[in-house]
Design a binder for this molecule. Structure first.
Ligand code: GLC
Length: 485
């Protein structure tokens, strides 16, 4: 009986996913964000690069790589290749958050949104990173190395990375971005060095070592990636990490230290950290990476994407990855509750909500990005858990999601501290909710699919040694193996 119910649920989910496919010149190219018949579409009738990622993995798993290939080829054409000093045009190397299919006399064309139309006019820092990760998944899944070796693809990867690696007003190895530059595309206090972007950046840097050929045009970027990976990894593992021991160190930090010997490098003031709440909340054998780090700022909110992608990308070491999963397991009621899982925990409330979000009603406390729960995160949770041989966490989360998703018509997000309410402004039939569920099921049924997205943890010093990187898997052509610079 139980099996039958699940099967029909999966079948229905596939049917719904099928209906979201967009066609460009008669060929499938992506999926629309949502198909809610009752709410104005705004831009939910577009294909978002980040939203397409889980659908794309499913198409690869299902043996339908053409749609993914078409998506990769066409979105690459949208990436600006010139114009470094322009100010009103999208930067060189940027990929759009989304695109739609528009018509003119004589045919169709793709109309990208680089943040020039989006609410709040936010430019996406994550789109290019997801694009690079999807290209890797495509190559691993299909073994079609010819595509990635094409000069337009080599240039595309190079430009995505170049945009993150350019010299800027910053002294840290992290990438510096404005607020709202990722899945959380509204003001949420994430300017600077938000974890969600750092984890994706780290994974994309690792991908570049696998996919960029050792040709002269790539030398500078390959070297820059190698130089960046070690310090970035070290910084995140050391300075973003929060557990009981680390809390004790931060609690007794000296302040106003000058020079190279400073321990409290970011000049974090003790009074800015909610020590008593955290000391109670963080389990003895648990921990996580903080949400953001900058001058006198350690944002202690838990962000799911950054932490789960850190496990998937091997950014955290073995011990830290387990401790993040321990935290999720032991604080299940807070982080999962009635729907996996919280995008960010806890919510900003009262005056903090007013100041930090600009009193954004969509991001009211415990709603949407601000403490809401997003079923799409099920695939990341399951992948991270399965990678660390803790599939039971994935099973448990899937079982919770299955109780509600179909009946509630696949909502975009849920509200409330325990995720009991369907999101106030949530779209129904949200594509990545459907895809996130199906993908989580696939990872449990066949963990081999994980290789499309995972990376093994490496020691920081390994990144300078080409012989010890990129690690166990390099999909580029055999003639280049061993000659990596
Ligand atoms: C919202 C989300 C964003 C998502 C988009 C389409 O804007 O904040 O992350 O990509 O909807 O689903």
């Amino acid at each position: 009986m139980g099996d039958r119910i699940t099967r029909t649920l999966v079948e229905q989910a596939w049917d719904e996913l099928e209906k979201t496919i967009m066609y460009y010149n008669g060929r499938p190219i992506g999926t629309i964000a949502a198909r809610d018949p009752d709410i104005a579409a705004l831009n939910y009738d577009q294909c978002f690069i980040r939203d397409f990622f889980p659908s794309a993995l499913l198409f690869l798993i299902e043996g339908r790589p053409d749609i993914v290939r078409h998506f990769l080829e066409e979105t690459l054409k949208l990436q600006p290749k010139t114009g470094q000093l322009e100010c009103l045009k999208p930067s060189r190397g940027l990929l759009p958050a989304s695109f739609k299919i528009a018509t003119i006399i004589g045919g169709e064309y793709l109309k990208p949104d680089f943040g020039d139309h989006a609410i709040g006019r936010v430019a996406p820092a994550d789109a290019g990173l997801w694009w690079v990760l999807l290209l890797r998944a495509y190559v691993i899944s299909t073994q079609d190395t010819a595509l990635v070796q094409r000069s337009d693809f080599q240039e595309g990867i190079r430009l995505v990375l170049e945009l993150c690696l350019v010299t800027r007003f910053d002294m840290y190895p992290m990438v510096l971005v404005p607020d709202g530059a990722s899945m959380i595309d509204r003001r949420m206090g994430l300017y600077g060095h938000p974890l969600d972007i750092q984890s994706l950046f780290y994974a994309a840097l690792r991908t570049s070592l696998e996919l960029l050929l050792p040709i002269p045009e790539n030398q500078t970027i390959l070297q820059a990636a190698r130089n960046r990976l070690g310090p970035l990894q070290q910084h995140l593992r050391d300075n973003y990490w929060i557990d009981t021991d680390r809390l004790n160190v931060i609690y007794r930090f000296q302040v106003e230290e000058y020079g190279e010997e400073a321990l409290n490098q970011f000049n974090i003031y003790s009074d800015s950290i909610p020590f008593y709440r955290l000391a109670k909340w963080v389990p003895e054998a648990g921990g996580y990476l903080a949400g953001n780090l900058g001058p006198s700022q350690l944002d202690c909110r838990f962000f799911a994407i950054g932490n789960l992608m850190a496990i998937i990308a091997g950014l955290t070491n073995e011990h830290q990855s387990h401790w993040i999963l321990n935290l999720i397991e032991l604080r299940w009621a807070d982080l999962v509750g009635n729907m996996p899982m919280k995008l960010c925990y806890p919510a900003l409330e009262d005056r903090d909500w007013q100041i930090v979000t600009g009193a954004d009603p969509k991001n009211r406390p415990w709603s949407y990005h601000n403490g809401g729960s997003w079923p799409v995160l099920l695939w990341m949770l399951t992948a991270a858990a399965r990678k660390m041989n803790r599939a039971e966490l994935g099973h448990h989360a899937i079982a919770i999601a299955e109780r509600r998703l179909l009946q509630d018509q696949w909502p975009e997000y849920y509200d409330g501290p325990d995720a009991r309410l369907i999101g106030k402004e949530a779209r129904k039939y949200q594509t990545w909710t459907i895809a996130g569920y199906l993908l989580a099921k696939e990872f449990i049924a066949n963990p081999d699919h994980l290789k499309m997205i995972t990376f093994e943890a490496q020691e920081a010093e390994d990144w300078q040694d080409p012989a010890r990187t990129p690690g166990s898997y390099s999909p580029i052509a055999p003639e280049y193996q061993g000659s990596k610079s």
